[in-house]
Ligand binder design. Structure first.
Ligand code: GLU
Length: 508
């Protein structure tokens, strides 16, 4: 038998913003597809019209564009197995529902919500299955004539899957091993509803995975309970031979480790659970996103990759290319993964450090503008140097402002506690002398000016710490920041002297 081509899919329902757990599912599918030279399909599962949210599909697509996860096929990408939006595949599903009906593997049921309610009241733990279906109003209990008449009369119905009881169903999961359940615990799931002429999730999902030649279903743990039903559906259709392999990923847990991660945890602890900011069209609520919160997409990818998977050693920093090489389902854990959002901040810092200064400078421009600086007057080389001096102190691009504002705005006030400690009676005189020294320096770059100034302080017998701190206070406005002569090199001689003169006057 020839090896099957790897084809995987990410199949969200457009019911709102994409949860970060969904992003991880898509990422693992992407890594798996790339590694095996296979295809990644983007399918929209929108058969539940009640839960449809406008804008959700666009939001999901934009998220993956930002994160750098490209799809090979699917909604907005094209391909030979379309359409890829389930609401556009009604006729296909109708055909397969009929296949099951004709084979006696499904049946039509007319029970109204009221009748079902009455049964639930009558029978404790009522389940529509082999033990009860013969007491209900369906094509197994009614004659063919009655059924045809009801349908002809416009009576609404559903099609239910006829599950044979007391049979062991085996699900082979690549992460969890073999899972066995008894079919008697399953109910006769609704596969199709005449009211909207649409299949339910289960039928559409199986038919599409089959027709789209999906080889592996990699999805969240919340779908594990559906897997036995899906195995039975493949069998009912006679598709066992091409049934995809299953891999159910571990849950993402609250940072404390107790229970499933929710949006409320993010609100409570101050981290986003969505890739992009989300504006809920129904409630008008705005939820924060990783992009708007200042995360680099590479950092988010690396962070998510390690939530439920490890490379087999303690390596943490991995680019997308490395992840593609190293990823495997064998190293995915069964146990849930704690969402350690502080680790996400650490990854962001590491990726800021890795990013070329020129690229960081481009990201810094809008931050400058947002803080009222006309960034256009600074060239890339200048901004790249500024960024290189302060990036070690930040976790987010927007924090560069706090560290570097004095490069763009001269101080007008001076940190009180630093003044108290570092500015004494004879400081103005010494600063005036230092100004003379600086004025005489031809090459104002960092090292040469440092040598001259340090030489002068030593020669004069002045206190090194006091002079340098007063110098810094007058140029920066406080006694912190990067190396002093790196600062003066970037500010230039003229601006340095202007600032010193101003401090001498202000701090008399
Ligand atoms: N539409 C399902 C979801 O929203 C897909 C589940 C699956 O991958 O089978 O996650």
């Amino acid at each position: 038998m020839t090896e099957r081509r790897v084809r995987v899919r990410f199949a969200p329902s457009p019911t709102g913003a994409l949860h970060i757990g969904g992003v991880r599912t898509a990422l693992y599918n992407y890594l798996f597809a790339r590694q095996h030279g296979g295809d990644l399909i983007f399918r929209i599962e929108d058969t539940d019209s009640n839960r449809f949210v406008p804008g959700a599909e666009e939001y999901i697509l934009e998220s993956f564009k930002w994160l750098g996860i490209p799809f090979d096929e699917g909604v907005s990408f094209g391909g030979n197995h379309g359409p890829y939006r389930q609401s556009e595949r009604r006729e296909i599903y109708k055909k397969y529902v009929q296949v099951l009906l004709d084979a006696g593997k499904a049946y039509i049921a007319f029970d109204t919500p009221e009748e079902l309610e009455a049964k639930r009241a009558e029978i404790a733990n009522f389940q529509y299955d082999a033990s009860t279906r013969m007491q209900m109003r369906n094509s197994l209990t009614l004659s063919k004539e009655e059924v045809d008449a009801l349908i002809a009369g416009g009576k609404q119905y559903v099609v239910r899957f006829k599950i044979e009881p007391d049979e062991n169903v085996h699900v082979n999961d690549l992460i969890r091993g073999e899972v066995v359940i008894n079919s008697s615990i399953l109910d006769d799931k609704v596969l199709y509803k005449s009211a909207d002429e649409l299949p339910t999730y289960h039928l559409a999902n199986i038919v599409d995975d089959h027709l789209m030649e999906v080889s592996h279903v990699i999805r969240g743990e919340e779908w594990l309970p559906s897997a036995p039903l899906h195995v039975l559906l493949y069998r009912a259709f006679g598709w066992e031979d091409t049934m995809p392999a299953f891999a159910h990923l571990p849950l993402l847990l609250k940072p404390e480790g107790n229970g499933k991660l929710s949006k409320r945890d993010g609100d409570r602890l101050g981290f986003p659970v969505f890739p992009l900011e989300w504006h809920d069209p129904k409630t008008g609520d705005v939820s924060s996103g990783y992009r708007e919160s200042g995360y680099l997409p590479e950092a988010v990818i690396n962070f998510l990759a390690l939530l439920g998977w490890n490379p087999g050693n303690d390596q943490e920093l991995m680019s997308m290319d490395e992840l593609v090489k190293l990823f495997n389902l064998e190293h995915c854990s069964k146990a849930g993964a704690k969402f350690d959002y502080k680790k996400g901040t650490w990854f962001n810092h590491e990726y800021i450090m890795q990013k070329p200064d020129g690229e960081l400078a481009c990201l810094f421009r809008p931050v400058l503008e947002a803080n009222g600086v006309d960034a256009g007057q600074y060239d890339d080389a200048f901004l790249a140097k500024v960024v290189s001096l302060v990036k070690g102190r930040v976790n987010f691009v927007k924090e560069l402002w706090d560290q570097a504002r004095f490069f763009f705005v001269a101080p007008v006030t001076y940190a009180e506690k630093d003044v108290k400690k570092r500015w004494s009676e004879d400081t103005p005189r010494i600063m005036a002398e230092l100004m003379e020294v600086l004025r005489g320096i031809d090459d104002f770059s960092s090292k040469p000016s440092e040598d001259i100034v340090i030489g002068w302080i030593t020669e004069k017998g002045y206190h090194m710490g006091n002079v340098m701190n007063a110098f810094r206070l007058s140029v920066v406005g406080e006694c912190k920041g990067p190396h002093m002569f790196d600062i003066t090199e970037l500010l230039g001689k003229e601006e340095t002297l202007v600032r010193m003169q101003r401090a001498i006057e202000a701090l008399k």
